[in-house]
Design a protein around this ligand. Sequence first.
Ligand code: NDP
Length: 244
Amino acid sequence: MSQKVALVTGGSRGIGAACALALGRAGYKVAVHYRSGEEGAKAIVAELPAGQAKAYRFDLSDPAASQELIKAVKEDLGSLDVLVNNAGVAIDQVLAFAKPEDFDTLIATNLRPVFLLSKYAAKVMIRQRSGRIINLSSVVGHTGNAGQSMYAATKAAITGFTQSIAQELAAAGILCNCVAPGFIATDMTKDLKDEVKQAILTKVPLKRLGTPEDIAHAVEFLASDKAAYITGTTLHVNGGMYTT
Ligand code: NDP
């Protein structure tokens, strides 16, 4: 059996870096995508055995980038078995002060690349008759959160998108799921004021923020043979703050 190939977007830091490392350690060849964090992406590549991982730089808010990234990974690494759509940004603002241009940035960064990368990855996976697409949504896409209406809209959209493609692609052996993190200690949450963090923790039964590794374990599971009968669902990894 040839080594499977995983592409992780936003693999330069935070959750994406943890996913890239976990998949690499589980034996996948890993394409570590980044936008500006070259040092971080190259550090992940360096942690894995020589030749097992490669870094790819693309700004995914550029509409042409997604297709180019999939093409480059397929050409360099030979196949594409697992796509982890992780790259994303948060721009928080209450509705009254929310800027339309920020909404456009969120759609262009968090949502459109999930659509485009899944579309071009699915073309490769359909030919292979197998594949996994794992999309990072968010607890706030399910619960909403005051001040995050724009961000939550992109994350809720990812859920509906994933459920739909799961139904389309099942016949081709491609399984599509979301992982919905709660509040995770990364750059995205590091600037939250202490009182905001404390308020969040009052809603988390496990009484801590999650770690990037908590999320990477869920992604690794959904990529594995152990998740062979799971598609179209969301795995919530949030310390119990929201349950279904
Ligand atoms: P970070 O802010 O730590 O990292 C974001 C990553 O996305 C970076 O690797 C960054 O690349 C990449 N990225 C941002 N913009 C672009 C772009 N235009 N093109 C390509 N790549 C881009 O985020 P987290 O690790 O915290 O979050 C990862 C995912 O998990 C996101 O989708 C986020 O919405 C989701 N999530 C996070 C939660 C949290 O509490 N942290 C909670 C729920 C969901 P670079 O550094 O190279 O520029």
